[in-house]
Design a binder for this molecule. Structure first.
Ligand code: NAD
Ligand code: TYD
Length: 354
């Protein structure tokens, strides 16, 4: 049985990746390593927590001694690294937390893998191992020309503490490939949306506030553009790249689905009024323009041609369809949302894991 370590598996994207790997690959044993920060929620994985090929490990990637022991005790074939601080607004108020987790945590993980895999790394290529680093399109900076897209070759130009920390971690991953022959692969993905998204991010925050009839805070004039991808499509892309990506390479992942924030919120308002049986315009009247985010990147847009032509991956869902699925999930899982917003989601697992 191949042992695969997935970090950050209790978070939004990580939980979808864990579920996919546990269900699709019964011949793998999946170890989910997560520190259960505010963003980690084991309720996301209730449906797989008893699977024979799944183990949860509570641990912190900032703890190098712990990681070295984990790698010494378990012979991991591969790592899929998602654990990170992920919210731009939090990075603006506390940049150092992002350096510690995203930069130092990633280097700790690379070091643990390097020590455990040293004999394989000595054989240049080490094709029997893989370190997959999950990154973001935000490392490329912002776009102004509507005809421009981020390519794998676009120069890095991170502009927020979050994207600077992710860019730095990407550089370390590539440096370990070059210097120590660490077999790595990196993907840079656009904004994800879907079930289990923590309600500090745009789409789940708006869904939550519409349900509660609370103000919908749109930053600035709502003109910033993001490229949205359904989270299960991202998990499928990660699966594809993990199994068929070329070592040492980078793959961009995106939805080819650009939306101005205000247009997205208006669409969400329409869907939610309809689903909640409210008068058209009810949700829209909650829109409130608030002070813009400092250094707010104008537009992100990914060109994912490489992933399509080389590995055959394409997004499977149209945005309206994905958004409806997402809204349905939140309406059917109000207990999940209540537990997250009240903080109750921590209590049960703190008793189990400390
Ligand atoms: P998230 O914030 O929902 O989840 C992060 C997870 O990492 C949580 O479970 C948290 O407990 C865990 N974690 C945080 N610090 C840790 C530490 N020190 N040790 C161990 N675990 C720790 O994040 P997400 O949105 O699911 O993003 C996952 C990854 O994908 C991140 O690396 C992020 O940069 C990247 N990414 C996210 C998006 C997006 O739209 N959300 C897009 C592209 C790339
Ligand atoms: P977010 O979900 O934080 O993702 P990111 O900043 O990583 O793209 O925000 C998506 C967009 O929505 C971004 O342009 C900021 C904007 N936004 C708002 O207008 N209001 C909000 O309350 C939030 C959280 C985000």
């Amino acid at each position: 049985m191949k042992k695969i370590l997935i970090t950050g598996g209790a978070g939004f994207i990580g939980s979808h990746v864990v579920r996919r790997f546990v269900n699709q690959y019964p011949d793998y044993h999946i170890y989910n390593l997560d520190a259960l920060t505010y963003a980690g929620n084991l309720e996301n994985l209730r449906d797989v927590e008893d699977a024979a090929n799944y183990t949860f490990v509570k641990g912190d990637i900032t703890d190098a001694v712990f990681l070295d022991e984990l790698f010494a005790n378990t012979d991991f074939y591969g790592v899929v690294h998602l654990a990170a601080e992920s919210h731009v607004d939090r990075s603006i108020s506390d940049p150092l937390a992002f350096v510690v987790t995203n930069v130092i945590g990633t280097v700790n993980l690379l070091n643990a893998a390097r020590k455990a895999w040293k004999d394989d790394l000595a054989n240049r290529g080490a094709t029997n191992r893989l370190f997959y680093h999950v990154s973001t399109d935000e490392v490329y900076g912002e776009l102004h020309d509507p005809n421009e897209f981020f390519l794998e070759t676009t120069s890095y130009d991170p502009r927020s503490p979050y994207s600077a920390s992710k860019a730095s971690s990407d550089h370390f991953v590539r440096a370990y490939h070059n210097t120590y022959k660490m077999p790595v692969v990196i993907s840079n993905c656009s904004n994800n949306y879907g079930p289990n998204h923590f309600p500090e991010k745009l789409i789940p925050l708006m869904i939550h506030n519409i349900m509660q009839k609370k103000p919908l805070p749109v930053y600035g004039k709502g003109e910033n553009v993001r490229d949205w991808l359904y989270v299960e499509d991202h998990a499928r892309a990660i699966d594809t790249i993990f199994h068929r990506g070329k070592v040492g390479e980078t793959y961009n992942i995106g939805g080819h689905n650009e939306w101005k924030n205000l247009d997205l919120v208006l669409l969400l308002c329409k869907i939610m009024d309809d689903k909640l049986g409210r008068e058209p315009g009810t949700a829209e009247s909650l829109i409130t323009y608030v002070t813009d985010r400092a250094g707010h990147d104008l537009r992100y847009a990914i060109d994912a041609t490489r992933l399509k032509t080389e590995l055959g991956w394409e997004p499977s869902l149209q945005f309206e369809e994905g958004l409806e699925k997402t809204v349905d999930w939140y309406l059917e899982n109000q207990a999940w949302l209540d537990n997250v917003t009240s903080g109750n989601y921590k209590k049960y697992y703190e008793e189990m894991y400390g």
